[in-house]
Design a protein around this ligand. Structure first.
Ligand SMILES: [Zn+2]
Length: 245
């Protein structure tokens, strides 16, 4: 491997890749970007949004984080009681500033995206971490994982439990998206559709959340790539996450 592999790659981008897309980039600079989709995905290196969606430059407004989590709109989170606690929920507490929340507001209000995708995946380290103690020296990670806490199951850890937790987390994040007033209003007006995806890395297939059945359906069998508005269905006695339990 050369001393500076990145430098060779940067040069290759400029000489080999850029010329093929020069016209597209020129247009994107002159006209500005008009991505139709906000993609909120896990940071995992095996999740490659452009490959999954066939997207190119200018198509996706991307935000990625550990676990593909959506922070609460008002920055406040109820903390579930600790294991072995007295069953008392803690007071809602401030969970800090989040780039993901800012990206959602910008994508919806300024870019006027028409789709919001939340994409989790199999073998997610962020979801697995919900079941482990995290180091004291990682206070930001510990706080961040609280955004997935409700998806965790009180069961013996297994690959099945992890898969269910990954899927439940996607639904939880979609529900939290609906707490953003600008998202909710547009979803209700039919201007934005929400998509909950679980990417199964080993199968090379995305499973799409179907709000009617409350389950994830492989893209090969699904009738749509996502739908909304992810509101609770009173006749079912709860929202999708409730029915996943
Ligand atoms: Zn992940």
């Amino acid at each position: 491997m050369p001393d500076d592999e990145f430098l060779s790659r940067l040069r290759r981008f400029n000489t080999d890749y850029f010329p093929q897309y020069q016209a597209r980039f020129k247009d994107l600079v002159e006209q500005g970007q008009r991505p139709s989709t906000l993609f909120i995905g896990c940071s995992d290196s095996r999740l490659v949004p452009y490959l999954l969606t066939g997207a190119g430059p200018g198509d996706l407004f991307l935000v990625r984080n550990v676990g593909a989590f959506v922070p609460p709109y008002d920055g406040m989170l109820n903390k579930k009681p600790e294991a072995g606690g007295h069953g008392q929920e803690r007071e809602p507490h401030w969970v800090g500033l989040h780039g993901t929340a800012a990206a959602i507001e910008y994508a919806v209000l300024t870019l006027k995206v028409e789709h919001i995708i939340v994409c989790g995946h199999s073998h997610c380290g962020g979801i697995r971490a919900l079941y482990d103690e995290q180091p004291e020296e990682a206070p930001n990670l510990r706080a961040w994982l609280e955004l997935g806490r409700e998806a965790a199951l009180p069961v013996q850890l297994s690959s099945e439990a992890l898969r269910r937790t990954e899927e439940r987390s996607v639904v939880l994040q979609l529900e939290r998206l609906m707490d953003y007033p600008m998202v909710r209003a547009r979803v209700e007006r039919g201007e934005i559709s929400l998509h909950g995806w679980h990417y199964v890395i080993e199968a090379g297939e995305v499973h799409v959340f179907d709000v009617k059945s409350g389950s994830f359906v492989p893209a090969s069998k699904a009738e749509h790539s996502g739908n909304g508005p992810y509101l609770a269905h009173p006749e079912d006695g709860g929202g999708p996450a409730e029915r996943q339990r």
